[in-house]
Design a binder for this molecule. Structure first.
Ligand code: GN1
Ligand code: MG
Length: 353
């Protein structure tokens, strides 16, 4: 990694490096230099992102589009070109690196206050709005079928049939719960296909920890982790934020009694997202709770698939980590179902604004 940073056009000498954030996919480092300027250096996980050059084309196009719309330069990422002028560097092991200026700030793993969560909601809402005139067709699909829920079910069925590491025997209850909801889980994909929901340019990984907050003001600076920006549904962007930030426990909590949906946080996020984005149709707004439920179920399907396939996709810290994550997501789905009526009521309140 120390080698990689020297292949980018930075003006000062790197003096210190530490890991940054808690991503499950890429490897991220914060670099300090002798001029005081800081950078983020990232190694792209090419097991997950098989076409890193196309991915960087997307990321650069999207950040330039956002840059053209913001008055404060710190409100858009600023990627640093490599010595050869490309926005990536490929090392001798064919590992791909990228680098952007780090203007300071921090990411949260859970909101500490309602205001933090509101800020992240406005940031993702604005992101949606800023990209509403971006030519969606010009984007590469960095992970085909990323939030195609029926396809995620299909892959789970295959993993169950293969049962590569004999783990199916441990997960019958989880499988039953997931399969009982298979029909409903495909709703958003079907509505997209029949054009009853608009296809938008979406972030697709709207966890709170993908928002950079200002140290002093705690206002959102910008949205990070643009690898999965692709055509998609606003319902999933909204929903993934709820899944992660309006949950009362981390996504891999072991003690399931700690996991539930915080309705107050659900409301705070709804308010912020709709304050940041005025482009949603009435149907999209009405279906926001469904976005939260389906994305949570979909991630449970993905964690369980990875568990059955011996954990080759998500980084894991211990052998059953993906199973623990699955169970935590399913507990959250169950709690959303219990609170369905209240979720609808909250949406009603903001629908007309
Ligand atoms: C991954 O790397 P990270 O933590 O930003 C994953 C998301 C999941 C998330 C679950 C490309 O995101 O889809 O929702 O983990 N990203 C990819 O924490 O698969
Ligand atoms: Mg991330």
């Amino acid at each position: 990694m120390q080698q990689a940073i020297h292949h980018f056009q930075i003006q000062s000498q790197p003096v210190f490096c530490k890991t940054f954030g808690h991503g499950n996919i890429n490897y991220t480092f914060q670099i300090s230099t002798d001029s005081g300027k800081q950078y983020i250096l990232q190694r792209i996980n090419t097991h997950v992102f098989k076409r890193p050059i196309e991915l960087m084309e997307n990321v650069i196009a999207v950040t330039q589009h956002i840059r053209s719309k913001v008055s404060d330069p710190n409100h858009a990422l600023n990627f640093v070109p490599a010595l050869d002028g490309n926005y990536y560097y490929c090392d001798e092991h064919r590992r791909y690196w990228r680098c952007y200026e780090f203007v300071g700030g921090f990411c949260l793993e859970a909101p500490e206050t309602d205001a933090d969560f509101y800020e992240s909601a406005v940031a993702f809402g604005r992101f949606q709005e800023q990209l509403s005139d971006f030519p969606a067709k010009s984007l590469h699909e960095t992970i085909p079928n990323f939030h195609n829920t029926p396809d995620r079910y299909r892959l789970l069925h295959i993993a169950m049939d293969e049962d590569a590491c004999d783990r199916l025997q441990f997960v019958q209850r989880e499988v039953d719960f997931i399969m009982e909801r298979e029909q409903e889980a495909g709703t958003i994909q079907r509505l997209l296909e029949s054009e009853k929901l608009p296809l938008r340019v979406t972030h697709n990984d709207t966890k709170l920890n993908n928002v950079l907050l200002d140290y002093k003001t705690r206002k959102a600076l910008c949205v990070l982790d643009l690898d999965t920006v692709m055509p998609g549904s606003s319902l999933f962007d909204f929903g993934d934020s709820i899944r992660f930030g309006a949950a009362t426990a981390p996504e891999d909590v072991q003690e399931l009694s700690r996991m539930s949906l915080d309705l107050n946080r659900f409301e705070v996020y709804t308010r912020g997202y709709l304050d940041g984005c005025h482009a949603l149709t009435r149907r999209e707004i009405e279906l926001l709770p469904l976005g939260a439920k389906i994305i949570t179920l979909e991630l449970a399907v993905r964690f369980l698939t990875d568990y059955l396939e011996s954990d080759h996709y998500f980084k894991t810290q211990y052998p059953d980590h993906n199973l623990v994550r699955t169970r935590a997501q399913l507990k959250l789905v169950r709690d959303m179902e219990a609170k369905w009526y209240q979720m609808q009521k909250i949406i009603e309140k903001y629908k007309e604004n």
